[in-house]
Design a protein around this ligand. Structure first.
Ligand code: A2P
Length: 349
């Protein structure tokens, strides 16, 4: 069986990586359509040995398409993915548009691949910060159970797409040249206020909710519950998050504090050994050798890197760890393509 595939948002920071990871995947591709906005129509992009022409995405673009990999923003997904499904396609969506829809599985293949069995045409790829955290926590949860997660994130500029990356580089240059930094994207495109990210930290990712949390924090809390417990509002694991944008180009870092179920007997060594054997995880944890994950090393890599595993000195059953992964790969394009591979394996397209 071979599939007609379309990439929606092919020209973007995630889209270009979707092409790369699709080419490396075991999804049998009969044809590939590259879709983006009108601005990019006619642009040529290389896929394997072919040069393909980007087309403007319209509902009719999906005629004859079997599998859509989408990363063109929530509004575009909301408008076009139902059209794709109407025309018989299965869509894996990288945006937050459908993640909380009860009919839409939210999937990290290392954690909840079985959720794919109940799909209705659209499958959601979780938020980048959520993915790397659950990849690291799930093997620990399986062994020891989890009661609570407190996470603080250090999120790269590329989470805001190519334009976010460009803004960080421009601001850094302006600052080094002694000029005023010109901020117009961060913290959030379209917000009232904009602040420089270069040489700065911004404790706001996405818009604020009424309760003082940002929407990015809300996503981490509820997506984690939906992925791990199949219930976005479950109280079985308590989760809280603080999300911070940092002037790093690629890779999100996370300080994760978690408590395991007290009936089980966990230890630092056992957690390290579980992480060492966990799918999709590379343990990089040796304080004596100053070994720990860093964005500079993890960029371009597929694995989620974990280090600094250590027990809380005051609270029983509590641990800290540091998690780093490429937000454009495992956080986005790679996980999306892995969902596609799982759909192919289970014959769900
Ligand atoms: P384009 O390059 O033509 O603007 P990023 O996440 O890096 O910002 O990329 C966003 C992706 O979504 C790009 O490929 C962009 O295409 C695409 N996109 C933006 N708006 C639309 C739209 N209205 N229809 C289809 N694709 C869109």
């Amino acid at each position: 069986k071979e599939y007609n595939v379309a990439i929606l948002g092919a020209t973007g920071a995630v889209g270009t990586r979707l092409m790369q990871k699709l080419a490396e995947s075991n999804i049998p591709v009969k044809s590939l359509k590259l879709l983006a906005s009108k601005r990019s129509a006619g642009k040529k992009l290389k896929y394997r040995d072919d040069v393909l022409t980007v087309e403007e995405a319209t509902p009719d673009s999906f005629d004859g398409v079997d599998l859509v990999l989408a990363s063109a923003g929530g509004a575009v997904s909301k408008k076009l993915l139902p059209e794709a499904v109407k025309r018989g396609a299965v869509a894996v969506d990288n945006t937050s548009a459908f993640r909380m829809d009860p009919d839409v599985p939210l999937v990290v293949p290392e954690v909840n691949p079985d959720a794919l069995e109940n799909h209705h045409g659209i499958i959601a790829n979780p938020n980048c910060s959520t993915i790397q955290m659950v990849v690291a926590l799930e093997p620990i949860r399986k062994q020891f159970g989890l009661k609570q997660i407190i996470v603080s994130t250090y999120q790269a500029a590329s989470g805001a797409g190519q334009s976010g990356l460009d803004e960080l580089r421009d601001e850094a240059q302006e600052h080094l040249d002694g000029k005023k930094m010109d901020a117009h994207i961060f913290p959030v495109k379209g917000e009232k206020e904009h602040y420089p990210l270069a040489f700065n930290l911004l404790p706001q990712i996405d818009v604020f909710e009424k309760d003082g949390y940002t929407h990015e924090e809300w996503k981490m809390i509820h997506e984690t519950k939906k992925i791990m417990l199949n219930d976005m509002n479950s109280g079985a694991i308590k989760v809280t998050a603080t999300c911070v944008r940092v002037p790093v180009e690629i890779c999100h870092g996370e300080s994760v504090y978690f408590t395991v179920d007290d009936a089980k007997d966990a230890s630092r060594e056992k957690i390290q050994s579980i992480l060492n054997d966990a799918p999709g995880v590379t343990l990089k944890d040796d304080p004596k050798k100053q070994l720990y994950p860093q964005p500079i090393d993890a960029a371009g890599k597929e694995d989620t890197y974990v280090g600094r595993v250590r027990p809380d000195q005051e609270n029983d059953n509590a641990y800290n760890m540091w998690v780093v992964a490429d937000n454009l790969l495992k956080g986005a394009a790679l996980n999306t393509v892995e969902i596609g591979e799982e759909l192919v394996k289970r014959d769900l397209i």
